[in-house]
Design a protein around this ligand. Sequence first.
Ligand SMILES: NC(=O)c1ccc[n+]([C@@H]2O[C@H](COP(=O)([O-])OP(=O)(O)OC[C@H]3O[C@@H](n4cnc5c(N)ncnc54)[C@H](O)[C@@H]3O)[C@@H](O)[C@H]2O)c1
Length: 252
Amino acid sequence: MGLLDGKVAIITGGAKGMGEFHTRKLVDEGAKVVIGDLDAENGEKVARDIGEDKAIFVELDVTNPNSWDTVVQKTKDTFGTIDILVNNAGLAGAITGLLDIEEGLYKKIIDINQNGIFYGMRAVLPTMVEKNNGSIINISSLAGLRHDITVNPAYTASKFAIRGLTKQAAYEFADKNIRVNAVLPGAILTPMAEATLTKEQIDDVSQNLLPMKRFADPKEVSEVVVFLASDKASYVSGGDYVVDGARATINK
Ligand SMILES: NC(=O)c1ccc[n+]([C@@H]2O[C@H](COP(=O)([O-])OP(=O)(O)OC[C@H]3O[C@@H](n4cnc5c(N)ncnc54)[C@H](O)[C@@H]3O)[C@@H](O)[C@H]2O)c1
């Protein structure tokens, strides 16, 4: 018996990085998963590897509401319903200061990380309201809790905004038995982290910034996502779940 037997999930950015780990873990726990991602090559590969009776890939640009309509329809046509949405797709961009970030990049990060989560919740909520049940997990960041020196201002702004949108939706849909929570990962070793930081920076951050002296394995975040998606979390809504190995306890 899995924690998510019989449930159907959409996971954005599920083609690689942490999203791929969430996809595999949710399937292990019995869920059927629709991977929504821009990256068709990796997304198709992950779905094939898992088995298309349990996971399918649908091309999704989280910044495009029409693209969301397609994913919602395809999910219902294939697996019958939507119980879980994991809004995980994100873009970090290079580390810059407020005066250095290029305006186009600032807007792009806000569009993917922040607006994409709004479009996603807006697309799945009618289905969840109809069935009087659902769990939405929005992936924020430790950078959405306090300033983080390893990111840029657009990333910080978008990850704070995700927590606000989470609380708005959690309150509005609480009486429809729809739970909405934010997960705030700290330093997780994914392709995004490896593309943003050099090997030397990863070692330096581990030794000097991380109380556990290591980055997390993405699986350590997937465990929290599964819990929040499951009926075990039946009274858990509107919260911020920090997965950072105690980093937020220190001010650096
Ligand atoms: N890696 C970390 O240390 C860390 C820490 C805190 C929070 N996070 C957050 O966790 C999430 C996943 O991070 P990751 O490190 O696995 O990233 P990643 O870059 O490895 O994967 C991101 C995925 O999102 C997809 N994506 C990007 N733009 C998209 C769009 N417009 N539409 C659909 N899909 C799109 C990419 O194709 C990719 O598959 C992000 O929201 C990130 O901000 C990561």
